[in-house]
Design a protein around this ligand. Structure first.
Ligand SMILES: [Zn+2]
Length: 470
């Protein structure tokens, strides 16, 4: 079995929290698709050796919420400075009917390339480009493109059976599906692609786009029961803004988390994107059921939604993961930017909560502030937990070899006392000396096999020109 020795790293970050968040290394051996050993290792005869001097090693990041089709909708002037509801109409919904097979494929490639170059090995895409009579299979394209780049793909099959407008007023590409068609496709995708193994390269998830509006309440229950009978997870958007709270309250007379709780949509097999606006009862419900979150700080910041109460959720027992969300609401849809933002914004939020001692506070000493190690664990082992991919997310012997190797060659990283924190604390885009996914090297010195970056750039530019005429 072939082996690779990543040798003499300056630091190895494990993806765990606390005392085991680092390992001395300085070497890691990959054998087959697994991490074989970590320690001071001697090269074996015939073994490939990768010199990691002055480099830092992380578990490959796990992105738990994205909309890859939006990778061609960055910086749309109509939606750039709008809040969520107005932005949804101005940007993603205005353009989604324009996506044909070629444009969708280009968008997916751009998004996956951006993620891979940040050291991300697993992508959960919440795809909702589905409509009756659709002439191309967007699910197949997502799996094909991820396989081509060597990345893990978790397809969260979105969609809706309800729209707020009259269906006959909408173009075909914005019309809802019937519940039978939606569930039938989830069953087809599960049979074709879903791999239950803990190191699966492909998974399928039940993911109607927005629980309070996308389906009738009874249909949500049917989705939850069907997912559990198929052995797949549940995912959706929840509690993103105050307007989400208002709409759910006026339609259903309760809070968003209470609403999903009453429709069998909580549990350790469920995770939600955003969860920005929550009351104490909702945090307790999420925690007691082990329901997870995809925290998307950059999108929440860009859309002015707020800052999710992650430290309270973590204290309540909610598994925390990181999602970049679609690039139409996050023009830096890579994992390094996202974890850097998570660290800064959660620390800023702790400062916002703090009170001076004369008013009964603890002054600057806010014990609820996030640490850089917390953020790494959210983007790695936390992601593995919410996706149920138990063989990835930490660097330990016996785990799948999903490894990012960063060369901190940019002056941004010069002068760091602890180079291990560089990617999270300094942000930017460290040169990716190597990315391994399931033991296979998919990035070598910032280059991906099978991807012509300049050709992709030209395709993206051409697609954007076409979109800008709409
Ligand atoms: Zn989203």
């Amino acid at each position: 079995m072939t082996s690779t020795l990543i040798r003499n790293a300056a630091a190895i970050v494990t993806g765990q929290r606390g005392a085991t968040s680092r390992t001395a290394g300085p070497d890691i051996r990959i054998r087959g698709n697994l991490i074989d050993a970590i320690g001071r290792l001697t090269p074996e005869p015939g073994e490939r050796v990768v010199d990691a001097t002055d480099c830092v090693v992380y578990p490959a990041w796990i992105n738990t919420h994205h909309h890859l089709f939006q990778s061609l909708l960055k910086g749309d002037a109509h939606g750039l400075d709008l809040p969520l509801t107005a932005w949804l109409a101005a940007t993603p919904y205005r353009f989604r009917a324009a996506f044909d097979e070629g444009m969708f494929r280009t968008a997916v490639r751009v998004g996956l390339l951006e993620l891979a170059l940040s050291g991300c090995g697993t992508v959960a895409d919440h795809n909702y480009l589905y409509y009756p009579g659709m002439p191309f299979d967007s699910s197949a394209i997502l799996f094909d493109e991820a396989e081509r780049m060597g990345l893990r793909m978790v397809l969260c099959r979105g969609g809706a059976t309800k729209v707020r407008q009259l269906e006959s007023e909408l173009p075909q590409a914005l019309r809802p599906e019937t519940l039978d068609a939606f569930l039938g496709d989830v069953q087809r995708l599960t049979a074709r692609y879903h791999d239950t193994s803990p190191n699966a390269m492909r998974r399928v998830v039940m993911a109607p786009t927005t629980p309070p509006y996308s389906m009738a309440p009874a249909e949500l229950v049917e989705c939850a029961r069907t997912a559990r009978s198929l052995g797949i997870r549940l995912h959706s958007h929840l509690s993103e803004t105050v307007s989400y709270q208002d709409t759910t309250h006026s339609m259903h007379g309760m809070s968003p988390v209470r609403f999903v709780a009453e429709h069998e949509w909580l549990g350790s097999d469920v995770w939600f994107a955003h969860l920005v606006k929550l009351d104490a009862e909702e945090i307790a419900l999420l925690g007691s059921t082990g329901t997870g979150i995809a925290h998307c700080p950059q999108s929440n910041g860009r859309l002015g939604s707020g800052i999710a109460p992650i430290m309270a959720l973590q204290a309540a027992g909610v598994p925390i993961s990181i999602g970049v969300d679609g690039a139409a609401s996050n023009e830096a849809a890579d994992m390094i930017s996202e974890v850097h933002a998570a660290w800064l914004m959660q620390r800023a939020a702790a400062g916002e909560r703090s009170l001076p001692t004369y008013r009964g506070g603890q002054g600057e000493d806010d014990r609820t502030a996030v640490s850089a190690d917390d953020v790494v664990s959210w983007g790695t082992s936390g992601g593995a937990k919410v996706l149920g991919l138990d063989a990835i997310g930490t660097l330990e012997p016996g785990m799948s070899a999903d490894i990012a190797l960063y060369a901190l060659e940019d002056p941004r990283y010069f002068g760091l006392h602890d180079v291990a924190v560089g990617p999270v604390a300094s942000g930017g885009r460290p040169m990716l000396k190597g990315l391994w996914v399931n033991g296979r090297q998919v990035v070598d010195s910032d280059a991906l096999n099978n991807v012509d970056v300049m050709e992709l750039r030209a395709q993206a530019r051409q697609a954007v020109r076409k979109l800008m005429t709409l």
